[in-house]
Design a protein around this ligand. Structure first.
Ligand code: GLN
Ligand code: ZN
Length: 775
């Protein structure tokens, strides 16, 4: 391998990060992309905005000390990094017709068509990116996929940065991960594995690498996170694909140096395979995956080991002393060492220093993307001048120790309560007993109709909230506006004929942040947006201390809503697992312990709701599936604590109180035992998009309690016809005993408009009456 010609050879930068947020410090990319979609700006203006973000990032990171060539990652994306790979490799599904332009390139409109669909075609499917809250688009690959270099965007981006004085390190999802994350196209024969197209995709990678080298790139990053998780494809096949890919790519003449990154955990047995290829640098997630044995590392020979010691995925300040230890250990076993983050920092906000409203103490515990870059630079100092780094290490040690001692991190009352928990705290009476008590208390018709909780969050609601935050509305004025909205929503449901009502959740900005703002142990950010998918961002709360509830949160709203109707009003809470999943969570104790603290706060809230006359309480857990660990070996332990925390939250409810839960996905089968284990009286789930497929899982599992498979897909403005809903319900009653069946939409309605919502709900109620009549 030594005689391969790499263009522009330079050492791998001692300090670098795997990736950086691309949404912009003030969500500039979101604004530009959405303005472009709305036709408010043209492609040139979008391009200009993107360039400004890219250059801003490059300059920022240089300013933070990532000054070596190729230290700044070229991880910008208009939408998604997996879509970028598909766009460069010609993986455009045939179902879209010809999306390429006259030069056989996929331009920005074609690119966004894959992401967002058009009038004839659904977009590419979206799914979770490893164990993060980021979502990527799933490429569709078949025997017909015509791999070709259909974009040079990353080359142009590299050239633009270089012309402005920064040599970035272009980024591409690597070939093995790209194919493993893809699914078989509609036209592919049964059993087709996209990985079988490896030989056809490699020449396109080679061509792109050569273009990048010609443009002056000394290093290119090929991201292979799929190698850290369990795959359906057998390990030997993956190993062969890794070996083949990197033999072929490293054998190319006039290529850049190849850097393979493997974030999100320990490399799943492929370290030796990668070490045996001609790549030039390999990243390992040493933060989460630990330091491999000296023997395993010895295989790297002259390759640079890029140690991901700084966590890219959570927001806590790095324990520099612990990282220094790992670095010292690695130094003993490898010839060339460089320092980096464990994952891209795209999962954390830009800059802690923006959050001036947080206490200085809390800020000192945190590291967002910019602080992580600084930590990497500091740690890289250990490679040359360890003494100079010692004060920074001592400072980190001091701050982390002060965090353990700080007020609110450990609360004696909370600790005493969790320590005293016993088995009985996690269980309710037998379901038959509860069912009888609830039937008596609730007087519901067969196939009761309900909704999942939120009603459309109108412009007026959002404006009112913004004005209340600015102080332009008093608390009383704001609360009155929300009450007016609740009244409207209750009247609408009465008019439509729903059996179990909701208050519509107008007072909640977000189903997690709302609780975070009202519980002790949390703080929220102002600018802490992170990309969820495309232009969508979320602003996770920070769970830093022991969680307690200092006062009831939802009770007055629920009491008011119930006062407006004789029908049962559902109390609405977000479950412990979802609160954890959509927050940045403390790293100083097991997640299960933190979940139980949240559960106890919810348990108190449920007791207060019952006391206020609320007979049905829904505890949403849409993220239960989402937190499921990547490695099969870790899943049982996760399901154990997550199910327990839900049970702890709900088991204090009386027999006559009906506990509902809501889950947002239809691949129900995989964790159906856990869902059953939640022991909710009624479970609503997404089902409309899969045309009620889940009822088969329910049937074969013998699911014995109430269940509401969604009959209406709320992700699109399309109104389901009465006939359509009737058919879905008729399918459902064939597989699930009608006494168990509930009728509801797939999910909350907050993102929908009123016109389509009203019509859809009307059809839902009418269809239910038709099916009821035939029972
Ligand atoms: N109750 C919430 C709502 O209706 C549930 C949202 C969710 O499942 N993501 O909006
Ligand atoms: Zn949902």
């Amino acid at each position: 391998m030594t005689d391969q010609i790499t263009l522009n050879p330079t050492p791998f930068p001692a300090a670098s990060i795997l990736g950086y947020p691309r949404i912009g410090r003030r969500r500039e990319l979101k604004k530009a992309v959405e303005a472009y979609w709305a036709g408010k700006i043209d492609a040139a203006a979008l391009d200009a905005a993107a360039r400004e973000i890219q250059l801003g990032t490059a300059r920022r990171l240089q300013g933070l000390g990532l000054t070596d060539a190729a230290a700044v990652p070229g991880t910008f994306s208009y939408y998604d990094q997996v879509l970028d790979a598909a766009a460069h490799l010609g993986a455009v599904p045939a179902r879209f017709g010809n999306l390429l332009n006259a030069e056989a390139q996929l331009d920005i409109d074609g690119y966004f068509t894959l992401a967002r669909g058009n009038t004839d075609q659904q977009p590419l499917e979206m799914t979770k990116w490893f164990d993060t809250n980021y979502h990527y688009l799933v490429p569709e690959i078949g025997p017909e996929t015509n791999f070709a270099l259909t974009s040079s965007r990353i080359v142009e981006e590299f050239e633009y940065a270089l012309a402005n004085g920064v040599e970035t390190r272009p980024y591409l999802v690597g070939p093995v991960t790209f194919l493993l994350l893809s699914k078989a196209s509609d036209g592919a024969p049964a059993g087709f594995n996209p990985l079988s197209r490896l030989e056809d995709v490699l020449p396109v990678y080679t061509a792109l690498l050569q273009k990048l080298a010609a443009a002056g790139a000394s290093w290119v990053q090929l991201d292979e996170p799929a190698l850290v998780v369990d795959q359906d494809t057998p390990a030997e096949a993956i190993q062969a694909a890794v070996a083949r890919s990197y033999e072929v790519l490293s054998a190319a003449a006039r290529r850049p140096q190849l850097f393979v990154s493997t974030p999100y955990g320990a490399l799943n047995g492929q370290l030796g395979t990668l070490a045996a290829t001609g790549i030039d640098a390999l990243h390992l997630d040493v933060f989460k995956g630990g330091v491999p044995s000296a023997a395993a590392l010895a295989a790297l020979g002259n390759k640079t080991l890029v140690a991901g010691v700084v966590d890219g995925h959570n927001i806590w300040r790095n324990d520099l002393a612990a990282s220094a230890k790992k670095i010292a250990e690695l130094k003993k076993s490898v010839a060339k060492l460089a320092i980096s983050t464990s994952t891209s920092t795209q999962h954390v906000p830009h800059d802690v220093e923006e959050e001036v409203q947080l206490s200085a103490q809390l800020r000192s515990w945190l590291a967002f993307a910019d602080q992580k870059a600084t930590e990497v630079v500091t740690l890289a100092g250990l490679l040359t001048d360890p003494e100079a780094v010692q004060p920074a290490i001592d400072e980190a040690t001091r701050v982390i120790a002060s965090r353990a001692e700080a007020e609110g991190v450990r609360r004696a009352g909370v600790r005493a309560r969790t320590a005293a928990l016993a088995g009985a705290d996690f269980s309710r009476s037998a379901y038959a007993v509860r069912e009888a008590a609830q039937t008596k208390a609730l007087h519901l018709p067969p196939l009761p109709t309900t909704t999942i909780g939120s009603f459309p969050q109108t412009g007026e609601i959002r404006t009112a909230r913004a004005r209340a935050i600015k102080g332009e509305l008093s608390t009383e004025q704001y609360e009155q506006l929300m009450k007016d909205e609740i009244k409207r929503v209750v009247e609408l449901q009465e008019e439509l004929g729903f059996d179990v009502l909701v208050h519509g959740e107008p007072e909640r900005n977000d189903m997690v942040q709302y609780f975070a703002e009202n519980l002790e142990g949390f703080d929220v950010t102002v600018h802490g947006w992170v990309q969820s998918y495309g232009s969508r961002c979320t602003r996770p709360s920070i769970l830093w201390g022991d969680v307690t509830r200092s006062a009831p949160i939802t009770v007055e709203w629920a009491r008011y809503a119930q006062s407006l109707t004789n029908k049962p009003m559902k109390g609405m809470l977000t479950g412990p697992v979802t609160i954890l999943a959509w927050s940045f969570v403390r790293d100083d104790q097991p997640l299960g312990e933190t979940a139980n603290q949240v559960a106890l706060a919810l348990r108190d809230e449920i007791a207060d709701l019952e006391a206020a006359g609320i007979k049905i309480i829904q505890v949403d857990e849409p993220a239960l599936r989402e937190l499921l660990p990547l490695r099969k070996a870790d899943q049982a332990a996760y399901l154990d604590w997550s199910v327990k925390s839900f049970r702890l939250a709900t088991a204090g409810a009386g027999d006559a109180t009906q506990v509902h839960t809501h889950l947002c996905y239809s691949e129900f089968g995989a964790i159906i035992d856990a869902i059953d284990g939640l022991d909710a009286d009624v479970t609503s789930i997404e089902a409309a998009r899969s045309r009620m497929e889940v009822v088969h899982d329910l049937e074969s599992h013998g699911f014995g309690r109430g269940v509401g498979p969604g009959v209406y897909d709320i992700h699109s403005p399309r109104v389901p016809g009465e006939q359509e809903v009737t058919e879905l319900l008729s399918t459902a009653v064939k597989h699930v005993p009608s006494r168990q069946l509930w009728v509801n939409p797939d999910c909350g309605l907050k993102t929908r408009g009123y016109a389509e919502t009203e019509e859809s709900l009307r059809n839902l109620v009418t269809a239910t009456r038709t099916v009821r009549a035939g029972l």
